[in-house]
Design a protein around this ligand. Structure first.
Ligand SMILES: [Zn+2]
Length: 125
């Protein structure tokens, strides 16, 4: 265990993670996008009454329902995270935005123009 800290840097694969504060190797990802694909044509959120209805739903086995509720609770709390969803094929790259993933805690950081936009630092919260 060291007390060494390396400020998060766009030019590095090893820095102090903004989520777990460990000096960790980071995996860098590009972001490709696909069009929101649901009947309303806007991003899907299940919260409030919709979340209560989901909790009462007999549509899913208990373990699947538990995963769905955990997913929506994370989204609704403002968390940004990676999740497996339906496979998509896209050649539309979000230029100027990258994602780093901490190999220690698996949390992600979103980088815009080379600066961390998420998670917010303690000073920005
Ligand atoms: Zn971490």
């Amino acid at each position: 265990m060291t007390n060494q800290t390396n400020l998060p840097s766009f030019q590095s694969k090893n820095f102090t993670c903004p989520s777990c504060n460990e000096l960790s190797e980071q995996t860098w990802l590009n972001a490709y996008v696909s069009q929101v694909n649901n009947p309303a044509g806007v991003p899907l959120r299940i919260e409030g009454e919709g979340l209560e209805q989901l909790k009462q739903s007999a549509q899913f086995p208990p373990d699947v329902l538990e995963q769905k509720l955990a997913y929506w609770n994370k989204v609704n709390s403002g968390e940004v995270f990676l999740d497996r969803w339906a496979p998509v094929q896209s050649d539309i790259l979000v230029a100027g935005m990258e994602i780093s993933v901490c190999n220690s805690c698996s949390q992600m950081a979103v980088w815009l123009s080379g600066e961390i936009a998420y998670p917010k630092t303690a000073a920005e919260k």
